[in-house]
Design a protein around this ligand. Structure first.
Ligand code: PLP
Length: 401
C-alpha cells in the first residue's frame, strides 16, 4: 500500500491508496488492461507463427487454421455460426460497417433508419453521415430520465421504408441495459434488420445473438481484457451488407485486408474468459458498485445517480453532483488523488461538451457537466471503493467552494 498526501482536503492528511498499479482504476468502460492469459495466447502469433492466413504454404496454413478455430469459438460463444463472424479493427469499425454496410446494400428497399440519441458516436456519426451525405432519413429516438428507450416508441417509428434499427445493448456512460430482445423481435416481425452495439455488454451480461434475435451485433476486445484495435461484427447469413474496405477476399468478402491474427486470437481467448467470469464477477461488481453509491449518497449531499437503478450492467455507476461543480476539475482532482474515472463531458473540436447521453436523459447542462462515471473491473477491490469514499467527498466540498 502506498501513501499520498492528498491535496483534496484542507488538512492534507495522508490517505492510503490501494491497488497494484498505485492507481484506483475505475475506468473499465473506457478500456481494460490486457489479461496476462490473453497475452500468453497472443505471443506465438506475434513471434514464430507470423504467416499470412491467405498464404498456401505451411506457415500460412497454420495461421488460417488458428483463425478458423477462433471464428468457430467466437461464433459458439455468441450464439452464431462461424460464417457470420466478420473480424474488424474494433467496435467503431463494426458499428460503421453495420450502419453504412446495411444502408448502402439495402437502399433499394427503403431509406429510413432508426436509432437512439444515446448511441456511441460510432453509430451516431455513421447515421448522421447517411442522413447528410447519402440521402437517408434517420430518426433518433429519445430515452426517458432513466436512460431507457421505450419499445413502443420503436414500434411507432418503424415505417414501410425502414430498413434498419440500431439500438445499443448497454450504454457506455450510464450502463443502462436496453430492452433489445423485445425491440429485435418486433423488427423481425416487420422485416426490418436489427443491429445492436454490444460493446459494453459482452463480459458483463450474457450476450447471445440468436436469443436476442439480432441480425447484426458489434463487439470490441479491449472492453473485456483483450487487445486494443480488434473487434467483430456478427452478421446473420442472408443479411445484405456492402463492405467498407475493398481489396482481398478476406472475411467472406465483407472486409478486405490481412487479418490481425494475434489480435483476433487474443480477443477470442479474452471473450471466453470474460463470459466464463460473468457468474462470479457480476454479483461481486454489483455489490461494489452499490457500496460505492450508498457511500457517496451518505457522504455527499446533492449526489444524483444517473441511469436505470436496476436494468444496468453491474460495473457502472454514473453520478452527478449539484452545486455548479465542473466535472473536468473533479476528474483532474481525482486523478491527482490517484483515482482514474471518466467525466460526463467530451472534448469536441477543442471545447468541452456535456455528454449527449446525459442531456438526452433530460439532465441540465450544469448537472451533465458535473458528472462522473465510475466503472469497475475484475481487479477492483473493496479497498479501492473505500479509498474513493475517503478521497472524493473533500474534493467535492472544495470544488463547491
Ligand atoms: N460502442 C460503444 C458502446 C463503446 O463504448 C465504444 C468504445 O468506447 C465503441 C463502440 C467503440 O469501440 P472501439 O474503441 O473498439 O472502436
Amino acid at each position: 500500500m502506498s501513501q499520498l498526501h492528498t491535496q483534496t482536503s484542507n488538512l492534507q492528511v495522508p490517505v492510503s491508496r490501494p491497488s497494484a498499479h498505485n492507481v484506483v482504476y475505475l475506468d473499465h468502460n473506457a478500456t481494460t488492461p490486457l489479461d496476462p492469459r490473453v497475452r500468453e495466447a497472443m505471443l506465438p502469433w506475434l513471434g514464430e507463427y507470423f504467416g499470412n492466413p491467405s498464404s498456401i504454404h505451411a506457415l500460412g496454413r497454420r495461421a488460417r487454421a488458428a483463425l478458423d478455430d477462433a471464428r468457430e469459438r467466437l461464433a459458439k460463444l455468441l450464439g452464431a455460426r462461424a460464417n457470420e463472424v466478420i473480424f474488424t479493427s474494433g467496435g467503431t469499425e463494426a458499428d460503421n460497417l453495420a450502419l453504412l454496410g446495411v444502408a448502402r446494400a439495402n437502399r433499394h428497399r427503403g431509406r429510413h433508419i432508426l436509432t437512439t440519441c444515446i448511441e456511441h458516436h460510432a453509430v451516431l456519426h455513421a447515421a448522421e453521415h447517411l442522413q447528410k451525405r447519402e440521402g437517408f432519413d434517420v430518426t433518433f429516438l429519445p430515452v426517458n430520465r432513466n436512460c431507457l428507450l421505450e419499445p413502443d416508441d420503436v414500434r411507432r417509428a418503424i415505417r414501410d421504408d425502414t430498413i434498419l434499427v440500431s439500438v445499443m445493448t448497454a450504454n457506455n456512460e450510464t450502463g443502462t441495459i436496453q430492452p433489445v430482445t423485445e425491440i429485435a423481435e418486433h423488427c423481425r416481425e416487420r422485416g426490418v434488420y436489427f443491429h445492436t452495439d454490444a460493446v459494453q455488454a459482452l463480459g458483463k451480461i450474457p450476450v447471445n445473438m440468436r436469443e436476442l434475435s439480432a441480425d447484426l451485433l458489434s463487439i470490441s476486445a479491449h472492453k473485456f481484457y483483450g487487445p486494443k484495435g480488434v473487434g467483430a461484427l456478427m452478421v446473420e447469413s442472408g443479411v445484405r451488407l456492402e463492405p467498407l474496405s475493398l481489396g482481398g477476399a478476406q472475411e467472406m468478402e465483407k472486409r478486405a485486408g490481412t487479418e490481425n491474427v494475434a489480435g483476433i486470437l487474443g480477443m477470442v481467448a479474452a471473450a471466453e474468459l470474460a463470459v466464463a467470469g460473468i457468474a462470479a464477477e457480476g454479483p461481486r461488481q454489483r455489490e461494489l458498485t452499490e457500496k460505492l453509491w450508498s457511500g457517496l449518497a451518505a457522504r455527499v449531499t446533492g449526489a444524483h445517480r444517473n441511469g436505470h437503478p436496476e436494468w444496468r450492467v453491474p460495473n457502472t455507476l454514473n453520478v452527478s453532483f449539484s452545486g455548479g461543480i465542473d466535472g473536468e476539475a473533479l476528474l483532474i482532482s481525482l486523478d491527482l488523488a490517484g483515482i482514474a474515472v471518466s467525466s460526463g463531458s467530451a472534448c469536441i473540436v477543442g471545447t468541452m461538451q456535456p455528454s449527449h447521453v446525459l442531456r438526452a436523459m433530460g439532465l441540465s447542462e450544469e448537472l451533465a457537466r458535473a458528472s462522473v462515471r465510475f466503472s469497475s473491473g475484475k481487479d477492483t477491490t473493496e479497498e479501492d471503493v473505500a479509498y474513493v469514499l475517503e478521497a472524493l467527498p473533500p474534493i467535492v466540498a472544495r470544488l463547491r467552494r
